[in-house]
Write a protein that binds this ligand. Sequence first.
Ligand code: AIR
Length: 183
Amino acid sequence: MIESEIPNSKFQIPVIGIIMGSDSDLPIMQAAADMLNQFEIVFELTIVSAHRTPERMFEYAKTAKDRGLKVIIAGAGGAAHLPGMVASITSLPVIGVPIKSTNSTEGWDSILSILQMPGGVPVATVALNAAKNAGILAAQIIGTFDEAVSNKITDYKQQLEKEVYEKVQNLQSGNYPDSFDTK
Ligand code: AIR
């Protein structure tokens, strides 16, 4: 397990847990970690497989709240039971990241495994491979009780808006990309 170290963060212990079914999910899940680093939220990151390490999954989910976590981001591909099973064990909110893995049939297997949860056990499911959005959503949950994080998210959204206005301005000035056919 790695624990992020963010200088000057007010969080001394991880408040978000990022877990994934395999190290082959890391290139996708990296984007969640990047967002949490950007918002200066301390997180932990590790591998937990619902099928290969069921006891570890149970232990992780059972102890998550007492260890100080507030949100869990869980990513898995194929028959992706990790987010749903973790959500069945813990009272913490779970954000699921469907991953188009090497064994995946176009990602639908993972999407539906995470999305179509039975009533009573929700998983907040983001788009396929959208670990970035999972990181932002987890930060937004932290922002509900932490003003500093909330302000960083507001800044982030303002930056997104600014970038779009710059692009609008660019097009209005006739600066089309070379690939664009104006005829
Ligand atoms: N996986 C691992 N245990 C249970 C599941 N669903 C998923 C991983 C990964 C895919 O299986 O989350 O997306 C392939 O894993 P691997 O280790 O074979 O590369």
